[in-house]
Design a protein. Structure first.
Lengths: 236, 236
């Protein structure tokens, strides 16, 4: 095993998925170099969660990159439109939801690639899943494969030494499966944050798509959900 | 011709190549949406040049994105190592030069893709050339093709309507050819800036790879070079 194979760049949003992904990278013997973004979110809650998760997992280093996606135009997550809410449960499959942020994962992976090359790593982890929330085009396996191909053409380390890998270990897992994996690896989900629209005290709304998926994931996994929601569970 | 086909996002560094590229996009009847980056360059000269060029070409809009590439680690253009200088003329071909910035064009194109999607454009222009300065892996035609493939998988506009194009109109042109094209299209090269290491008055050093290529380009094109260099031309 070479030195390079021991370092992994992990995209860390502070959500349930990326926390689990970081724990999986750690289990695979990688030193975790976490990368988070401040990109004009409505809330600071997400970046605070990323810091708590990074610390609790004992990452080697945690870098925050500030970028401005608001200057280009609208999406719910950058503050330009309202987050859709529903008391009817998780979103139905099909179509690209309004919470989609243009080219977000392409931008995140591009920075991860720069970080990986700078530290001599050839392994990048991203916590996307095509099972729950397949509406985003940049969460699909074909997107990840295309980025991996690009990465090996785009960089000195890819051209000269080859073998940059984009790992998406959650790709085929449901939210319940992700939670089961994470609990096995010691992830403390009380540190994570999923809600698109938390209140002023940082509590999850309980009504956005992300809250519905999270709540259902814990229910299906049959384990307690440590999240404090502002709205009661469905049917309560 | 649809509305989308009339808007193009053009990566604009303020250098000779990107100014020519923007002029080519304009000639092809696109409204130009220019995108520049402040990324921890040693100098503000480059961003000032980008503004002058954008204004002189009459772009529709010019957005500047500030990103931090220094937090990841070293490259000459981000301030961590010295810019190589020589009195022996342009660099020889072969190898990736130390001025290479990890994943830079991948990051730039990722932001251009977000911008394009936000404004409903399906055309992105980048002024890379594989002729002079083919040492950078992310200036090659196979890199551009791989990014175009990625772009059509990564975005709502690519998936739903298809046909995002990454234009690299300078790819097969020498520096002299680029200058001839630009002059034909009315580019004022006195507004542009190429030097990797200008002095405190913003004058080009005349000794870095970029200065050598620029100076040789004007000489080969047989037109006056409007650049003020701190060092005299070779053999003077």
């Amino acid at each position: 095993m070479t030195d390079e194979s021991l370092k992994a760049v992990v995209l860390l949003s502070g959500g349930l998925d990326s926390a689990t992904t970081a724990a999986i990278a750690r289990e695979r013997q990688f030193g975790v170099y976490a990368l988070s973004f401040r990109y004009g979110q409505r809330h600071e809650v997400e970046t605070a969660a990323a810091r708590r998760v990074a610390e609790s997992l004992g990452v080697v280093r945690h870098v925050e990159q500030t970028i401005d996606l608001r200057c280009f135009g609208g999406s719910a997550l950058t503050g330009a439109i309202d987050v859709p809410k529903s008391t009817a449960g998780p979103p139905a499959a099909g179509g690209i939801p309004p919470t989609y942020v243009p080219a977000r994962n392409t931008i995140f992976l591009a920075f991860a690639l720069a970080y990986a090359e700078a530290i001599g790593s050839r392994d990048i982890f991203i916590g996307v899943s095509a099972v729950d929330y397949s509406g985003y085009p940049d969460c699909r396996p074909e997107f990840i494969a295309a980025f991996e191909h690009l990465a090996n053409l785009a960089t000195k380390i890819g051209v000269e030494r080859g073998g940059i890998a984009i790992h998406a270990p959650l790709m085929s897992l449901s939210k319940a499966d992700i939670i089961r994996q994470g609990l096995r690896l010691g992830v403390d989900y009380s540190f994570t944050h999923s809600c698109y629209d938390p209140d002023t005290q940082g509590r999850a709304c309980g009504l956005c798509d992300s809250c519905h998926l999270r709540r259902r994931g814990f229910a299906e996994a049959g384990v307690p959900d440590p999240t404090v929601y502002a709205a009661p569970p469905l049917g309560a």
